[in-house]
Write a protein that binds this ligand. Sequence first.
Ligand code: 6R9
Length: 647
Amino acid sequence: MQHEIHPVPEQAKARAHVNNEQYLAMYEHSVRDPESFWAEHGQRISWFSPYTQVKQTSFAPGNVSIQWFADGTLNACYNCVDRHLAERADKTAIIWEGDDPSVSEEITYRQLHQEVSRFANGLKKLGVEKGDRVAIYMPMVPEAAYAMLACARIGAVHTVIFGGFSPNAIADRVNDCGVKVIITADEGRRGGKTTALKANVDEALVNDRCPTVEHVVVKKVTGGEVAFTESRDVWWEQLIKDVSNECQPTVMNAEDPLFILYTSGSTGKPKGVLHTTGGYMVWASMTHEYVFDYHEDDVYWCAADVGWITGHSYIVYGPLANGATTLIFEGLPTYPGVGRIGDVIDKHQVNILYTAPTAIRALMAKGTAAAETSKRTSLRTMGSVGEPINPEAWEWYYKVMGDSRCPIVDTWWQTETGGIMITPLPGATALKPGSATRPFFGIQPALVDAEGNELEGATEGNLIIKDSWPGQARTLWGDHDRFEQTYFSAYKNNYFTGDGARRDEDSYYWITGRVDDVLNVSGHRLGTAEIESVLVEHPAISEAAVVGYPHDLKGQGIYVYIIAMAGTEVSDELTTEVRNWVRSELSPIATPDFIHWAPDLPKTRSGKIMRRILRKIAANEFENLGDTSTLADPTVVDSLIEHRLNK
Ligand code: 6R9
């Protein structure tokens, strides 16, 4: 497919931090001599005591160890808040736009400092100390950011749990890292509907299921009814009533943990990805400035949820470290109408917008309606993240939302990478719709075949990264072996991303999607193994196999093959029950699109499910199933094709 190449617009070139020549020179420096490059750029954040060490990293088998700026000390919250007080105390730090379009609020850096300091003192009152884990299960209200920053201020390690997760998913995460305090709200509010957050926490904690949890802090958001366990629960407002406005930020080492964020892998339970303080802050702030070409007076809006890594790095830590005005949006891009994104842009004069292909496609489905209620003249740069953006959606975003004026930065990265890795830079990179283009400073991507041979030139293969970068995850909480196994065992001495990619004749990268058993549904990462394990816990199901298939709006849809327990009568009611089971046991984002009751699954003689075949049938592409000669019973396939659901 040949699409137009979009040259760098003159307006972008004129104001940008770097043009193409500067990008090339900085990139060259960053990979030739990472030590001196990062010694210089590490200084973009404030250190209590400076680092003398820069890069101490090893991807060697059995000895994966990643340290950056290891002897420096700092505090992430100080970097996001206190250090701006001298020059930006009255600048707006956070614009909060409510679900209800008539509700918004502005919080200055001075106010942010006070809110965060008070809440940090509140956490201390509850006995939270440096190194303790604190879970945050909140809607998109400013208090979610206050809670994260308050943890960082006192050295507690936060783990944000996406508000769409079920009680079981909360309990799993809370138990995996031994959470002491959970911060939540009475209810969340999105698209005019409410979610019972506190009730979900109560259920996660029922029967002493999470023995490490001592307290639950509850922020009143909707004023909805909640149950209250007096000895355990405390209202946010009550907690900070008599505390001081002053709270000294705790001195942290560069390699002290900042947060844990759970994400799906190809096997087993979600992994607790651990990010530390110094390298992460350098990476988040530097990528935020260069990738979005952020300048001091910009209003910046990342429309992700703080429950995902995008919200951590590009709503909270990156922009606030840069002293930016960051917009926190409680609602949905389509509520109350498809014009909402444009309306918010006009209302707050947003200059930089960062959103996901799934949102773009949902708006594109309505033609140009999304642009008809707004002018969007303030907009200058637009970003995309979370999944591959198809060229049609890219062109729509560019023409309709950006009036063919704003460069689009299609940013490829992962929870594990901490921040953006492959991306255009607005003033430097000619754009090709659908391509994440070129590596950020310090990133050395490469493509390899299944045997690990590095492929040269224009080609396609598995995407690896050859050397460490400051924002990289350091380990998986409590399981360094799994960290090594997952990311460093497939291709020795390299980080394996789990993604496939193509490199074209201009050395631009085109991410083709996951090459492992991880699904990407509307930009949400889901492990097929996770969904399968929930399915087989249902009493009517003996076996399950879950695959993804191409879906116009969601990128990938979820196709479930299940085998009923002997003696079970399969009915429409049971199918509905199974669908609701996945929603309630895991999350609504994991809701199956198709549930296919199968008499059997295609297995090799050694008992391995041949997912390749299941994927093809789910995609309604069964003409060319490839080699089926190793199947124990080839007739299983005919029956699956006959009863396929995605026709
Ligand atoms: C930031 C984030 C990571 C996975 C990643 C890849 C996919 C993200 C992408 C993209 C193509 C992009 N992905 N950005 N694919 N183009 N611009 O999304 O983190 O939730 O951990 O997901 O998302 O497959 O491996 P995370």
